[in-house]
Design a protein around this ligand. Structure first.
Ligand SMILES: *[C@@H]1O[C@H](CO)[C@@H](O)[C@H](O)[C@H]1NC(C)=O
Length: 331
């Protein structure tokens, strides 16, 4: 702990010189991290909530904004948040991983000061200590382009965050004990989409309009495949870079990755399955959410579309097909 303090002091001194960019807007957030009951797979579990929410609140920022996030730890154990994909230029001590950041002791608070310098795109934050991620504490981060910066597609009619991933009924203490005993993580009990199980989450779209879905794999153990019944997806962003816009009917998203797709509600008015299934697992777990057309009087219908399961080539082909947009946008 002393080493950590000394390091923090050094960091503080560096901060005085580098600081954050004062010319860009500041966004101040106050987060209260607590335990709370959640029922994502139908059984009561002790979740980790941020301001009472599971998943935690969405962060919306514009390129170059400064974020000042005062995090109060009301858990009975030390806590840290990591900002997945945020580059933390000259600021690595704010990345919320053990070793660069002192854990926030129980009952104390810590203020993260970071800047989304020259970044755009879709990311997420998650707790980095003690398997807390298995209990929640994660949420989406959207870094919007500055108004004067061209984006290589027309503004979508809506922008949805999809936090998907595997989930355990065991709590994070049990999972921690399993790992501490030298075992691998057990096979997950299910998959969640935005903290909910089967058809537990609904995305409402207007017919004819185009929407952006930002999909992150926030799980602990498995890659996932994402697809929408009857709809194609145009891939426009991967991990903060715009892509050449290929069209897919299913996409693999590996642990920690975030992809943005555009989906046009161009099908007959009804509700459609949004499907997430595990990849490269002997047993395939599946869950669904609902794509609801605002003019639909018909629920989800028909078989749940299948996707790749254990095929590795399929995933490599996808990886090879993604090309980044060669046009450089000056931020
Ligand atoms: C803790 O919160 C108080 C009240 O908002 C604030 O003044 C203080 O700077 C915070 N401390 C840290 C270490 O972030």
């Amino acid at each position: 702990m002393r080493g950590c303090r000394a390091f923090s002091f050094l960091v503080f001194c560096l901060f005085l010189f580098h600081g954050v960019n004062g010319e860009n807007p500041y966004r101040f957030l106050t987060w209260k991290v607590t335990y709370g009951d959640i029922y994502p797979l139908g059984v009561k579990q002790q979740g980790i909530l941020i301001n009472g929410q599971f998943p935690g609140p969405q962060i919306d920022v514009i390129t170059n904004d400064n974020l000042i996030i005062n995090v109060f730890n009301y858990l009975r154990e030390p806590f840290l948040i990591s900002w997945n994909g945020i580059q933390q230029r000259r600021n690595s001590w704010q990345d919320g991983v053990y070793g660069t950041n002192c854990p926030i002791p129980p009952g104390k608070n810590f203020t993260y000061i970071l800047q989304v310098k020259d970044q755009i795109g879709s990311f997420f934050y998650f707790p980095s200590l003690g398997m807390h991620k298995a209990a929640g504490g994660f949420g989406g981060i959207r870094v919007w382009s500055r108004p004067q910066i061209p984006v290589p597609f027309p503004p979508p009619s809506g922008d949805f965050t999809v936090l998907a991933g595997d989930w355990y009924k065991r709590d994070h203490y049990q999972l921690r004990r399993i790992l501490d005993a030298g075992h691998d993580l057990p096979f997950p009990d299910g998959l969640l989409i935005n903290g909910r199980g089967w058809n537990g989450y609904r995305f409402t779209v207007d017919p004819g309009k185009t929407y952006r879905f930002r999909i992150s794999n926030v799980g602990l153990a498995t890659s996932i495949n994402f697809r929408i019944q009857g709809h194609k997806m145009k891939l426009v962003e991967v991990e903060g870079s715009h892509t050449l816009q290929n069209t897919y009917s299913a996409l693999d998203i590996h642990l920690g990755q975030s992809y943005s797709v555009l989906v046009t509600a161009d099908q007959p008015a009804q509700d459609y399955y949004i499907v997430v299934s595990t990849r490269f697992t002997a047993r395939v777990l599946t869950t669904t959410a609902v794509l609801h057309y605002s003019n639909s009087y018909k629920g989800v219908w028909g078989p749940i579309p299948g996707g790749p399961t254990t095929q590795i080539d399929w995933s490599l082909n996808q990886a090879r097909s993604i090309r980044y947009n060669a046009i450089t946008f000056s931020l």
